[in-house]
Ligand binder design. Structure first.
Ligand code: SF4
Ligand code: ZN
Length: 343
């Protein structure tokens, strides 16, 4: 006998919600998923009427579902937001070029303006070229730092008031675990925030409307809605350490699905003991972007690439920042230490 939807008790259930265990029909699942995102937006007051909101769009499932749901809720509940798509082209052939084709189709499907900013135009380097120089061990550090700034720069070009990203509950839980494992207290404190205020010039506030949505449900939503998204993994995605944290989280989830939300809640409720030293945010002396050092991470990484010394931005080389700022050449010994890609 077919199982009936536990919500409408009318249609046949097609799935068991990973988050609640309820058996639901397609329509009731769509409604529940969308309403939960709406509740998240409402209770955290993520947007104000009249705001221009840039949706960070990669063509992947999370950002495609985010664009779809944001457009739908904006119309259903009259948020009165002006929505746009904002994409970053890291310059990864065989991966990002294909996923950007998906974003371009999404742009037509959702009738939203699209802006693509590329690493090549912003930094003079593609990820393909960076990987050639730095190898496959720390490439994601370069990519992550550059992406953060690229999104801000794109958002400023588009004059958006806020950026929303497709981070889901699994991503947040994974980041909490990663920061615990790395002992990064400053990031641990920040990483569960659903929105960030403007941290100064050049930094656009960000928010995560899918923060409480399980990745599995995002996949189900995209699948049953037949959304057009790109599902291939990045060809440069070794990031072994994060991979272990992800596998650990998935193992926990298979035993107890609530683990994901429990980790998110634990992260939200952690408080840092008074007296723990936190980095003080200032601005980069070279580009003006926020930074707790005299040079921002992006400028240091770029300087390392341009000088053929890729290790410069990996690890702690703060004492070299003054030399970089004054364009002073490094000594042979310093250069030797920063040259090898075996790091
Ligand atoms: Fe960039 Fe690494 Fe993500 Fe690939 S996996 S897009 S290199 S951060
Ligand atoms: Zn800088």
């Amino acid at each position: 006998m077919p199982i009936l939807c536990s919500n409408c008790i009318d249609k046949r259930a097609v799935l068991k919600r990973p988050k609640t265990g309820h058996s639901l029909c397609k329509e009731c699942f769509f409604w529940a998923f969308e309403e939960e995102v709406h509740m998240t937006i409402e209770s955290a007051k993520l947007f104000k009427p009249g705001e221009i909101v840039g949706i960070a769009a990669s063509g992947g499932k999370d950002s495609t579902v985010l664009a779809h749901v944001m457009k739908l809720l904006n119309e259903r509940y009259n948020y009165n937001l002006e929505l746009m798509l904002l994409s970053v082209d890291e310059g990864i052939s065989g991966y990002r070029d294909d996923s950007l084709e998906t974003v371009k189709r999404n742009q037509q499907q959702y009738e939203l303006p699209l802006k693509i900013v590329s690493y090549e135009e912003l930094y003079g380097w593609t990820m393909d070229a960076i990987v050639k120089q730095v190898g496959l061990k720390n490439n994601c550090t370069f990519c992550g730092v550059f992406r953060r700034q690229a999104l801000d720069r794109g958002a400023i070009m588009l004059k958006v008031d806020k950026i929303c990203t497709g981070h889901n509950a699994d991503d947040v839980a994974e980041t909490v675990l990663m920061n615990v494992l790395r002992g990064d207290i400053a990031r641990l404190r920040r990483c569960t925030a659903i929105s960030t205020a403007s941290e100064g010039d050049g930094v656009v506030p960000r928010c995560k409307p899918l923060k409480y949505a399980y990745e599995k449900e995002i996949v189900l939503y995209a699948y049953f809605k037949k959304l057009d998204y790109f599902s291939t993994e990045c060809i440069y995605s070794p990031n072994a350490y994060r991979g272990y944290a992800r596998t650990f989280l998935k193992d926990l989830e298979s035993v107890r699905p609530s683990s994901i939300m429990n980790i998110v809640h634990s992260g939200e409720n952690l408080s840092v003991r008074e007296g723990v030293k936190m980095p003080v945010q200032g601005t980069c002396n070279q580009c003006g972007y926020i930074s707790s050092q005299s040079l921002c991470k992006s400028c240091v990484l770029l300087e390392g690439l341009n000088r053929g010394l890729p290790k410069l931005g990996i690890g702690k080389h703060h004492r070299l920042h003054d030399k970089i700022l004054s364009k002073e050449p490094l000594t042979e010994r310093e250069q030797r230490k920063l040259k090898s890609v075996d790091f």
